[in-house]
Design a binder for this molecule. Sequence first.
Ligand code: AMP
Ligand code: ZN
Length: 479
Amino acid sequence: MEEDRAPSRAGGLVKLHNTLGRRLVDFSPIEAGHVRLYTCGPTVYNVVHIGNLRTFVFEDVLRRHFLGRSERVTQVMNLTDVDDKTIRGAQEAGLSLGDFTAKHAETFFRDIGRLGIQPAEHYPRATDHVPEMIALIRRLEERGHTYESEGSVYFRIATFPDYGKLSGIDLEQTRRGDRVADDEYEKEDVKDFALWKATKPGEPSWPSPWGDGRPGWHIECSAMSMKYLGERFDIHTGAVDNIFPHHENEIAQSEGATGQPFVNVWLHAEHLIVDGEKMSKSKGNFYTLSDVLERRNDPAAVRYLFLSVPYRKKLNFTWEALSGAAAAVDRIRSAAVRIAEVSRAAHRAGGFPSAERATEFRKSFTAALDDDLNTPEALAALFNYLREVTAATDDGTLDAEGAVVAREALAAGDGVLGVLPAAPEVLPAEIEEKIAARNAARKRRDFAESDRIRDELAERGIVLEDTPGGTRWKKAGSV
Ligand code: AMP
Ligand code: ZN
């Protein structure tokens, strides 16, 4: 990467494994303090499966890590709502393309919400950006990268010498492939790809300078990313199956049109597999999030399982691994509850160097994520820290003030991990005040008032539990 780019805002540099060049690079955004990120979104022809969700969680952690480092993030995730698969799916279901894709878009948003994935800044749909795609194809046409054949427009890869720089594909090898095996006879070269596809009977179509038709899949992402992030931006992600041809073609189209580099860093997550085999419907090992939650109703466990493996390694999904992840999440939550209890307790000996340990934890946690998003290493740092803090809650050396520091450090870590229950809409201080008022009412034996306060909080989703150590509160439905 070039030397002249602005340094990252907080701490050291984030190292990322750039698929372009296949090496670790020191990342710094083009615009200081602002990360512009494009994440290939779902093709809305089917319910998303847990493989797709692994990639979306990886992208969410990437986003959260930059936010945690006080960078501004503009993330775009497209919805592919017109392509071969969506058109075929709508025809088979006897629905309009819009009705068919809307149904799947809805389950996608529901599932990313259940997994605590933070919303991106933009979710552009391909069908809302056809004019931008046509304009981009026109630019490619003007620069001599295209040819037209029977109402379709193709990208002529022979005009782009850099073709293959992302995937390392050997064009000579593929060119030797049997021409007859390729069913798109109208193309001049097997590897040329469609930018615009002439309409076929019964398919949705848009008017264009080349006649009615629809965009090719690859041009969708080039047009939408450049619209929202500019012609050159920082990071583009997907899973490994996106490298070729999708991202290779995006580079050819975008750089062919603008004449400048398109994206600085390309990140690709490895696949999720099931019991050692590729997940597929025919094998019956294809799981949606709903399938998984039916067996173990804890989305945070699914999230934790994804984070327990580095994003560039295959993740083997097993029920046993999910149980292990659920147990780990429970340990984090119990530690959080105990720390919160101590933060309200009086008369503790103290002595645990809470500020110092919290700083060390934050440093090692951030350093792990800075190292190409090493989530298992970050989790190890967290457990190390929680072990020390809980030992100090047991022996009384963690006092209330120290517990507040620990609570903040844990919350900062969870800002990236996202496995603790969401903060209630009511402010904790407000809840604490009500607990104090209720305790006072109970002391003066005003049970009508103490019950009233309990009911009022219950209505706002806060459950109180009276324990020998004092009154605890938690969000309804959480542990
Ligand atoms: P699609 O809906 O097929 O366009 O895929 C949406 C995203 O999920 C893309 O980034 C894919 O690369 C990714 N993806 C597809 N299958 C898997 C898998 N088994 N594991 C991880 N990511 C996947
Ligand atoms: Zn894409």
